[in-house]
Design a binder for this molecule. Structure first.
Ligand code: NDP
Length: 528
């Protein structure tokens, strides 16, 4: 079983358990606190029970987070800080502060809580640093992150403030129960649960992840019936209990939640489809014969990315991945010209219309402001970059001269320059590689591509090499450009081409590296 399949199964399990938990707890309130009753097996000290139950959310989460390749990326670290802010408090501060009435909690409840927290830590941390799409820095300016962070922080504060007020009430009530008054308690019986629910809905939004959604849904399933049970209990114990108070949710909040739910569900489907596409695309070298990749795996990845784009048409993370996969399908799977043409045609159209929308969005702003606005859109750089890839391949299939006369070279130059400004490291210095190859290969046609410069081409390729010193494509393109235009450096060119021809392909670029090695061998043969 792959990690992606295990993760999907556990997310599915949490989602499936949610309605069962909800219905069960409606009928049988969890037997701790005021709902304690005999018949639930061995008991343990309540303070210790909280520490045991919640500690996986600190230790296991840290373990799962830091085993991931993206553990040290800025956005996952911000997520980690938010998570720990909640769980260090819940596991170690809250239990020691709580004034339980010498209470004892069934070991069975502790075991269930412990297991849930272990699974929940796994699915959330693994999505963020291992399986989910990478979160670029610009994610923190996205509406999902901003709205989610607001809900998380508001929920965190409400939860802690409510628990603090309950502790004060416990003192006032001489160790027993009293009727909470003032603040949010005038609206609802359990603002601590309301805060907790807001926090995890915020988390689901700000991580935009299936794991976050599963946790939010489960939190509602767990706490809403308990809030109802508390509310009924208050009414039965205190005849003067305020009649207008709700159990958990002021009605306005419930209505807002119901209104937002459908669009949120759609977006989560998109995230799941992206994850599925990523795990299929990572296996694109499977079944490769000679230099030709088997299209089966990449076709499935393309289908998953198409679903993601259909679910979330404005999500550029999904579109960038679709463009990359389509590019691979057209360039590395042995497609004939007839098969290639519609693929690159689709790629350039999809990419260009997204680019046009983006430019409209930032339209008219001066250089640095335009770049800052583009940088704030997650996935924008990748869409621009893969659009250059489709334009370039489309031009090769159509014929360099015809394409240059139609202004394609100028378009690719402008797109690649924007990517170089936005994210020069993307695809191992890919933007400078595109610029270099463009200057090297584009025909110089007066008034149309008069700006083409072979010297500049070599300069760009050298910059690309500095950013991606292991890129086989850069070794090949730079080697060929030097051979053609810098005879004095022929030895350097031959050494680059030999490295490209002889270095073993890297596992995550197996097909692409083998392809460039073959081209380098062909160029070297012409030098004998
Ligand atoms: P409760 O509201 O039942 O109790 C919180 C504390 O306040 C307990 O010590 C309780 O004492 C005391 N207390 C409650 N009401 C009164 C009152 N009217 N007068 C005096 N004292 C009172 O919360 P839980 O114990 O169920 O949960 C504690 C925290 O854990 C909450 O912040 C909750 O959000 C969180 N939690 C989160 C879950 C999740 O799914 N994410 C699941 C469960 C809890 P006593 O124990 O004696 O009743």
């Amino acid at each position: 079983m792959t990690e992606a399949a295990l993760h999907a199964a556990l997310v599915g399990l949490v989602l499936a358990l949610a309605p069962l938990t909800f219905l069960t707890l409606l009928l049988v309130p969890a037997p701790y606190g005021r709902h304690s009753r005999p018949g639930w097996g061995p008991l343990m000290d309540t303070t210790l029970s909280w520490i045991v139950m919640e500690s996986p959310s600190v230790f296991a989460y840290l373990l799962f987070h830091f085993r991931g390749a993206r553990a040290w990326d800025a956005v996952p670290l911000v997520f980690l800080c938010l998570w720990l802010a909640h769980y260090l408090h819940r596991a170690f501060v809250y239990p020691l502060a709580v004034r339980s009435r010498g209470g004892r909690t069934p070991v069975a409840i502790v075991a269930m809580g412990f297991s849930f927290n272990l699974v929940n830590s796994y699915i959330n941390a693994t999505w963020i640093t291992v399986l989910g799409p990478a979160y670029p820095l610009g994610w923190m300016a996205s509406p999902q992150f901003l709205a989610g962070a607001f809900l998380f922080v508001a929920g965190f504060w409400i939860n802690r403030e409510a628990d603090r007020r309950l502790r004060a009430l416990r003192e006032e009530a001489a160790g027993g129960y009293g009727v909470p008054r003032g603040w949010l308690f005038e609206r609802v019986s359990c603002p601590n649960y309301l805060g907790e629910i807001l926090e995890w809905c915020g988390w689901a939004l700000l991580t935009w992840s299936p794991a976050g959604l599963a946790f939010a849904v489960y939190t509602v399933a767990n706490l809403a019936p308990r809030a109802l049970a508390h509310h009924r209990w208050y009414r039965s114990q205190f005849p003067d209990y305020p009649r207008r108070r709700k159990a958990l949710l002021p009605l306005a909040l419930l209505a807002a939640g119901l209104a937002l739910a459908p669009s949120f569900a759609g977006a989560e489907d998109a995230a799941a489809a992206i994850a599925e596409g990523d795990s299929l695309f990572a296996r694109r070298a499977e079944g490769t014969r000679g230099l030709v990749a088997d299209p089966a795996m990449v076709d499935q990845a393309i289908a998953a990315y198409r679903r993601a784009v259909a679910q979330a048409p404005t999500d550029l993370e999904a579109l960038g991945r679709l463009l990359h996969a389509l590019h691979f399908r057209g360039a590395y799977c042995g497609a004939s010209r007839e098969v290639q043409m519609p693929i690159f045609e689709e790629g350039r159209k999809l990419g260009q219309s997204a680019v046009d929308r983006l430019e409209k969005q930032v339209g008219g702003r001066p250089g640095p402001e335009r770049l800052a606005a583009l940088r704030a859109v997650p996935g924008a750089a990748a869409v621009l970059y893969w659009t250059t890839g489709h334009w370039g391949e489309w031009a090769l299939v159509r014929g360099k001269w015809a394409a240059a006369r139609e202004g394609v070279a100028g378009k690719v130059r402008d797109l690649a320059q924007t990517v170089a400004d936005l994210d020069p490291d993307l695809d191992e210095g890919g933007a400078f590689r595109v610029l270099g190859r463009l200057h090297d290969q584009a025909p110089k046609i007066p008034l149309i591509t008069g700006w083409v410069s072979k010297r500049k081409g070599i300069e760009y390729l050298r910059r690309s090499l500095a950013l991606g010193p292991e890129s086989r494509a850069t070794w090949l393109f730079l080697g060929e450009a030097i051979l053609d235009h810098e005879a004095a450096n022929k030895a350097e060119a031959l050494s680059l081409l030999r490295r490209c021809a002889e270095s073993p392909p890297r596992p995550d670029h197996a097909v692409e590296d083998a392809h460039y090695a073959d081209l380098a061998r062909a160029t070297l043969r012409t030098q004998r």
